[in-house]
Design a protein. Structure first.
Lengths: 484, 254, 429
């Protein structure tokens, strides 16, 4: 039995393939957090007054929350000293702002090549527009012109603050207010950049929009903020990828994503998260404490979250949908793989407020090594949400005898015509199954990857084709290892 | 086909097989019988390559290869098929996908092109009837939430598809009702041919009414205490395993 | 006299210390545990959906055994009547109990069966996350002791009737110890029958099911205007079988904590329940099953029915510890919402720390299936009748799972009329 478990473990150990550090000059603020730092961040970004005031309000609220860092999640980590952290780090060469791809620091571009994100030709062929956030600032956005033709605004958050302040002021914090939770409040105070996307009425965004996030500098917290607004009858599919270098220290990533879907609008938001998970003994890795929420504001609006989570030392995130418009739809499809000492506490909230609202939750958790993997979700049907429907399926797959898989759903129904269904299962891939496959002539590696892919199939089908391939490859990286 | 001389196996301090010798020639059907704990399932597991035993043998060869040098998948690809006593459930893999992967692994080993899914499906469908299985079965996860009888029939389906040279059936008959037993026996008989061998490990004589073996071996306490023709099984059925204990001594002395 | 406000527990404890009560060490430990975790509030996770603000704001009198009480008709052959948490032998029928069964008050057991009491008291219940159990531990006065000697079979159900008298709002805190010895079998039915008085009962039961023993336990609760917090803590030994049925017919506040620990290989537990809640009623069932040994099976099926103004909570927690390999476990909860102005909150949780397991959880909530209703009506059954039929069939699946026919009948006698009242929307607190 002992040797059996080991061979399963060997199979699922995979090296982290994005663990390089890019050596470029960074323009950083000194570590620590106070009102002066907030003012400095705002000044560096030449923000209008409403932004500074919003940040300060958030900061003052955060001070009050000092003793209220959330503890309810099934994760453990040492206390974070927020005064040791750097809250702003921009690659220096970006100071002037690149006018085109040719002006982007070639070192940066090589970084993206290594990440497998060539910014130009390949993506042009693929028809993907990319906004890349490196440490804290947005470096380059491709295809801006083509998108502009369609009326789509896709730019860094900083540019949006400069060029579309009225939109930013109107929607910033409208879904995730700065008082929402400890990490969202911190983000509101110090966020340095992120992506902004606006799809005008009736426009079907002509290409997939994509952002790559990367944390590079040491001791830097990354606090980006994404805001996507889909006007009446519009459609956008947005992809987000994340990586970080290998570091012995833990790094904090506390992002906020806000989505607003107006009448008949649809937003598909997909994430492939591969932050550095730490080494085999749990040293280093990203703390991914992220608040993501979408508001189905208009009738018949539709928001869909799809996530493939393989990285981070700790994942704490619950992409949610507030179904306010009648007949609106929310979806959450998730694969979370944890290995070694990784911890994930992730899930979603579906808040049904409007009539005939529908939500679907499919969550697949895979635990290996000594990892702890939890699904935590809330489904709430409010008294006015007549004929609301929810279906939830939570499956866990266990690959070792030292890991844990947990399911914590909260189901609240205050309307008799609301129908909620929840199913959860936990099963394992064990030595017996691997042996069975081998006895039929199948390689153990193939067997594990076949089982895991089959297990995740429901979710992969929801990803845009290009990302589905990437997600599958990512899982295989995390699962492959030296089989003796 | 299979040549075993003085096979011994132990787990820790406990010796389970205490010197087994067995010769299986092409075209032969052997039945290995014995009471619970006699070591018959251990023998089947060792032949399939299950780890966890300390094994010594003067000879343990399959088709001229040293079995102990082969991994379980190599044995499978060389045509050694094990029908498990307790087939495991594998949620997440459909039966058809599993079968095709296994089938193409064997083909690849033989240097043949993999069969595409359309041709493969056609081939499998033709086999389904023989084991009395509905087509919807192919889309279900391997053995997951199958009844005991379904699991055993699924083992037979895999056997028919993979067309092994040597099939080892570990208590494939236990837990089956009479109809399912007839189906399983039908599969086994349809596999019988001049260049193929079958070793049936069983506790009960019942299966042997349907599949008449060429040789019967009786295992007790890790040794083959008696070998004979098909009538040996009937004798055993009448007199029970207790009868053996009285004779075990004689054999050992002889 | 004897005014007792629960938040005042520290001072109350000091007052009682001078009276040198029994079990001082256990009481002190309970007090420490209570102090450490505090009384439940709005932020206490296990009390998220059930508020005890009213109970904590009330000043009670401590219950005494001598309260006037009306005993309902009960045909049971073996009957123990508890009045305000004290055994009343005059009202009980215990003569026919088979040899090997010991039933007496906890106070009597302390004198006559001291070793057994010491071996059990505080050994099954866990105070962490059960603040009311700790409260009971610090202050219980008396209760019930029940021992079934190894090999003893009790075929006829033993009925324990919990009654309370009229009078000022009383705080009733009994402690129950039950041991079913090796190879013994017991069918036990506890019935809580509340009055119109504003009593609060905080009961704790500690139950040991011995090797290869079987215990079937029904708890039928109909508490009227009274509030009940009922903790039932069970430990199951090798190859034992524990079957629980919790039948809640309604009450101002009912909170059950059923905690089953499968301690040794081969133990098996089934926990089923039906809960009904109408206007001004709140019923909360917390079920926790711990798999602490290999090859244990557990299953649970809870069904909730909510009429207008009713509120229900179900929390099913399945925990498979690292030792719990080869666990097979399932929990299912279905809820039927029969009117507007209702609320059901459910938390079906799985915590799995072993890998060779097969566990599942399911939960649904919604109204009566309109297709089923229509089908019945299209066969000539009028709408109220059709509703009543569907409500009954929904709930009676639970009593049909009961394999003890006498117990099933005893439950049916009370469950069926309550279901009819609920279907007609007449269930009130």
């Amino acid at each position: 039995m002992g040797t059996g478990t080991d061979s399963v473990n060997q199979l699922i150990e995979g090296g982290y393939k994005h663990g390089f550090v890019t050596e470029i000059d960074a323009d950083s603020l000194p570590p620590g957090l106070n009102e002066d730092v907030i003012r400095a961040i705002s000044a560096k970004k030449q923000e209008p007054e409403f932004m500074l005031n919003w940040r300060l309000r958030a900061y003052r609220h955060w001070i009050k929350l000092q003793e209220k860092e959330p503890t309810w999640a099934h994760v453990k980590y040492p206390r974070i000293n927020y005064q040791d952290m750097v809250y702003y780090s921009a690659p220096k060469s970006d100071k002037e702002g690149p006018k085109s791809l040719e002006e982007v620091d070639p070192e940066l571009l090589r970084t993206y090549e290594k990440l497998g994100i060539p910014l130009h030709e390949q993506k042009a062929l693929a028809g993907v527009a990319v906004d890349a956030v490196f440490d804290s600032v947005s470096v380059a956005t491709t295809f801006k012109d083509k998108l502009a033709e369609a009326g789509v605004i896709f730019c860094s958050f900083s540019e949006a603050v400069q060029n579309h302040p009225e939109l930013v002021e109107k929607y910033l914090g409208s879904v995730v207010p700065y008082t929402d939770n400890f990490f969202a409040t911190l983000n509101a105070a110090v966020f340095s950049d992120g992506s902004f996307c606006y799809i005008p009425e009736g426009v079907r965004c002509p290409m997939e929009l994509s952002t790559y996030f990367r944390i590079n500098a040491l001791n830097t917290g990354q606090f980006e903020r994404t805001l996507i607004i889909a006007e009446k009858g519009s459609y956008v599919s947005y992809l987000e990828g994340c990586t970080a270098p290998m570091r012995d220290e833990n790094q904090l990533h506390a992002a906020v994503v806000e989505l607003v879907a107006h009448e008949d609008a649809e937003i598909k938001y997909s994430t492939v998260q591969n932050w550095y998970p730490g080494d085999k003994d749990g040293k280093g890795g990203i703390y991914n404490f992220v608040t993501k929420r979408g508001l189905c504001k208009g009738d018949r609006s539709h928001i869909s979250w799809t996530q493939v989570e393989t990285g981070s030392a700790i994942t704490w995130k619950y992409p949610s949908v507030i179904l306010r418009g009648d007949d609106s739809t929310g979806e959450f499809y998730s694969v979370a793989l944890t290995n070694n000492l990784q911890q994930a506490d992730t899930g979603t909230k579906m808040i049904h407020l409007g009539k005939n609202t529908r939500s679907t939750i499919i969550s697949k958790g895979i635990s290996a090594g000594r990892a702890q993997n939890s699904y935590r979700g809330l489904v709430r049907v409010s008294p006015k949400a007549d004929n609301a429907r929810n279906f939830t399926q939570c499956d866990s797959l266990l690959l070792s005898d030292q890991c844990g898989a947990h399911t914590y759903p909260y189901i609240e129904n205050k309307n008799p015509s609301g129908r909620i269904e929840h199913e959860a299962t936990t099963t394992r891939i064990g030595e017996d199954q691997l042996f069975y496959c081998r006895q039929r002539g199948i390689d153990p590696e193939d067997a594990v990857s076949m089982i895991v892919n089959g297990f995740c199939d429901d979710v992969f089908r929801k990803l845009p084709m290009e990302f589905a391939v990437e997600a599958q490859a990512l899982l295989e990286v995390s699962l492959e290892g030296a089989v003796g | 086909m299979l040549s075993i001389r003085n096979l011994r196996a132990r787990v820790g301090e406990t010796e389970i097989l205490k010197g087994i010798s067995l010769e299986v020639n092409p075209g032969e059907v052997h039945a290995v019988m014995g009471p619970n704990g006699s070591g018959k399932s251990t023998l089947a597991r060792i032949l399939s390559g299950r780890e966890g035993y300390e094994i010594t043998a003067d000879k343990l060869e399959y088709m001229g290869h040293d079995l102990l040098e082969m991994t379980p998948e190599e044995r499978a690809r060389e045509g050694l098929f094990m029908a498990f006593q307790y087939p495991v459930e594998i949620p997440g893999i459909s039966n058809i996908q599993f079968l095709r992967t296994a089938y193409n692994s064997v083909r690849k080993h033989r240097g043949e092109e993999p069969l595409d899914s359309v041709d493969f499906l056609a081939m499998v469908k033709s086999r389904l009837k023989e084991v009395d299985i509905d087509q919807s079965f192919l889309r279900r996860s391997v053995n997951t939430d199958f009844s005991g009888g379904e699991k055993k029939r699924n083992e037979m389906l895999q056997m028919l598809v993979l067309e092994p040279r040597l099939a080892i059936l570990d208590e494939t008959d236990s837990g089956l009702d009479i109809d399912a037993l007839a189906t399983v026996a039908g599969s086994i008989n349809s596999l019988r041919s001049e260049d193929r061998s079958i070793v049936m490990v069983t506790h009960y004589q019942r299966l042997l009414d349907y599949v008449v073996p060429d040789h019967v071996h009786i295992l007790a306490d890790g040794r083959i205490v008696k070998s004979g023709k098909a009538d040996l099984a009937q004798k055993l059925e009448k007199k029970g395993y207790g009868w053996l204990a009285e004779h075990a001594g004689e054999e050992a002395e002889a | 006299m004897n005014a007792f406000a629960i938040p005042d527990f520290e001072r109350q404890f000091d007052v009682r210390r001078e009276q040198a009560p029994a079990f001082p060490d256990y009481r002190q430990k309970s007090l420490d545990d209570l102090r450490q975790q505090g009384l439940p509030g709005a932020k206490t996770e296990d009390w998220k959906y059930t508020s005890v603000r009213e109970v904590l704001g009330e000043t009670f009198v401590e219950a005494t055994p001598a309260a006037p009480v009306a005993v309902p008709e009960c045909a049971a052959r073996h009957l123990a009547v508890m009045v305000n948490g004290y055994l009343n032998t005059d009202l009980s029928r215990l003569e026919d109990l088979p040899e090997g069964v010991t039933l007496c008050s906890l106070a009597a057991a302390r004198d006559n069966h001291r070793d057994q009491v010491d071996a059990m008291l505080g050994r099954v219940v866990r105070h962490d996350r059960h603040p009311f159990a700790a409260l009971n531990g610090a202050f219980f006065r008396d209760g019930l002791f029940l021992d079934v000697a190894p090999g003893t079979q009790v075929q006829e159900p033993l009925v324990v009737l919990w009654l309370s008298g009229a009078g000022d709002a009383a705080l009733i805190q009994p402690r129950v110890l039950v041991r079913v010895g090796e190879g013994a079998e017991l069918a036990l039915m506890e019935q809580h029958r509340g009055s119109a008085a504003g009593h609060f009962t905080n009961q704790v039961s500690e139950i040991l099911v011995g090797d290869n023993a079987g215990l079937t336990q029904v708890q039928l609760q109909d508490t009227g205007k009274e509030q009940l917090v009922c903790g039932t803590h069970v430990r199951c030994s090798r190859d034992s079988r524990y079957r629980a049925q919790t039948i809640d017919l309604g009450g101002k506040l009912i909170r059950n904590d059923l905690a089953i620990s499968l301690d040794q290989p081969g133990a098996e537990a089934d926990a089923d329940g039906v809960f009904l809640a109408g206007r001004d009623q709140h019923v909360d069932n917390h079920l926790r099953v711990d798999h602490r040994a290999p090859n244990c099976d557990s299953s649970a099926l809870y069904k909730g029915l909510l009429g207008g103004g009713g509120r229900g909570v179900f929390n099913g927690k399945l925990i498979v510890h690292p030792e719990g390999q080869k666990t097979r476990a399932e929990q299912t909860n279905h809820n039927l919402l029969l009117a507007r102005d209702v609320e059901i909150d459910t938390k079906p949780e799985l915590e799995i720390y072993a890998d060779d397991v097969k566990c599942s959880h399911g939960s649904t909530s919604g109204e009566l299936d309109p297709d089923q209703l229509f089908y019945l009506r299209s066969r000539g059954i009028d709408s109220p009748e059709a509703r009543a039929l569907l409500v009954r069939s929904f709930a009676l699946e639970i009593s049909e799972r009961m394999n003890h026919s006498r117990l099933r009948d005893l439950v049916g006698e009370q469950l069926e009329p309550a279901l009819d009242r609920l279907a007609r929307n007449e269930l009130e607190g």
